[in-house]
Design a protein around this ligand. Structure first.
Ligand code: ATP
Ligand code: FE2
Length: 332
């Protein structure tokens, strides 16, 4: 089976062709704003501008590997969650491809794609997933036909919270890696609010308190303390999900997963609980076309395709809205 998938929920326009076992090709064009954060309309214009050339390049690379457009069985696209204008642009490109090749459309939930790519590219089978990216922060695990959200942010995603604090502190975008670098030179921990409500998380107060703390403490100390606090929060929720589900694996997903300190804390927690900790290769952690194509392939093979009429995008598409047709209970 060959599936072509297109990702474009935010910054990255990325398309890939995969089979059950192989990535045939992947082509990415990243939108980089002049300065500051992402402008949804500009990002969508970027995706519209590059959609044709990205697909053309992808098909050319596939051809070199002996894969023709007529070999492709389905077109997967990121249906949500994400920025409305970006989603609509990518969906339009996917519909055109689906119509011109006469093959079905597959609407993929972006968060679930982050999970499935991790399961594909690591030995994880049935993990508790910590998904921490710019816009999203969720602790997720499969249970009875759905990926259930055990806990999630009640306000902004951890990546955006880090970026917001960093911007205020004069660090350039994206802030996450700069905060990580600064934290290495810290001398002491300063108190910041640790906010967990039930199993849910909140980061916006933490960003505000950290910005406030800069008046009295060094940037290094605040960056370090921010990381220690925010990461302890997400690790606590992941640990509680492990305890609750009795599962024995943790999978890290999303751009914030690049952080070494976060990985270290998860490793320690998993060791203490006798669980295995898995992180996919860096290229599969941020947004990529391969994860959409691969999840699309799983969906296609379980008969989960869309008519053009049903292919509307959903900017607030939830992880637990998706009926997971491709996992068989007896395989778990
Ligand atoms: P999504 O649509 O899934 O929310 P996104 O495009 O907003 O995705 P990703 O590409 O998954 O996000 O991740 C980007 C985020 O990861 C940014 O907020 C960035 O600051 C953060 N990030 C990247 N590297 C690091 C790091 N080393 N430490 C902490 N955060 C990091
Ligand atoms: Fe993402």
């Amino acid at each position: 089976t060959f599936i072509l998938g297109i990702e474009g929920t935010a910054w990255n326009l990325s398309a890939a062709i995969v089979t059950e076992t192989e990535i045939i090709a992947e082509v990415t064009e990243t939108y980089k704003p002049e300065k500051g954060g992402i402008h949804p309309r500009e990002a969508a214009q970027h995706h519209a501008k590059y959609a044709a050339s990205v697909v053309k390049k992808l098909l050319a690379e596939a051809k070199e590997k002996g894969v023709e457009p007529s070999d492709i069985d389905g077109i997967a696209f990121s249906q949500g969650p994400g920025l409305g204008p970006c989603l609509r642009t990518v969906a339009t490109a996917a519909r055109m491809l689906s119509l011109s090749l006469g093959i079905p459309l597959i609407g993929v939930n972006h968060c679930i794609a982050h999970i499935e790519i991790g399961i594909w590219r690591t030995p994880a089978k049935d993990p508790v997933v910590l998904y921490v990216s710019g816009a999203n922060s969720q602790v997720i695990s499969y249970m009875e036909g759905r990926y259930r959200v055990f806990g999630e942010t009640l306000d902004i995603g951890l990546g955006n919270a880090l970026d917001k604090f960093a911007r205020g502190a004069g660090l350039s975008h994206p802030g996450g890696p700069k905060i990580e670098a600064c934290a290495k030179d810290a001398k002491q921990y300063i108190h910041l609010p640790y906010v967990i409500k039930g199993m849910d998380l909140s980061f916006s107060g933490l960003s505000t308190a950290a910005s406030e703390a800069l008046k009295k403490a060094s940037l290094e100390d605040v960056c370090y303390s921010y990381q220690e606090t925010a990461f302890a929060m997400v690790v606590e929720v992941a640990e509680r999900a492990l305890a609750h589900t009795g599962k024995k694996e943790v999978l890290l997903a999303g751009g914030v997963g690049a952080n070494t300190r976060l990985r270290e804390m998860l490793t320690t927690m998993c060791e203490a609980r006798g669980a295995k900790f898995y992180v996919p290769e860096k290229r599969f952690m941020g947004d990529n076309g391969t994860m959409i194509a691969y999840t699309g392939l799983l969906m296609y093979k379980s008969g989960n395709t869309l008519s053009i009429e049903a292919s509307r995008v959903n900017p607030s598409f939830r992880t637990d809205d998706v009926e997971v047709t491709w996992i068989k209970e007896e395989d778990m």
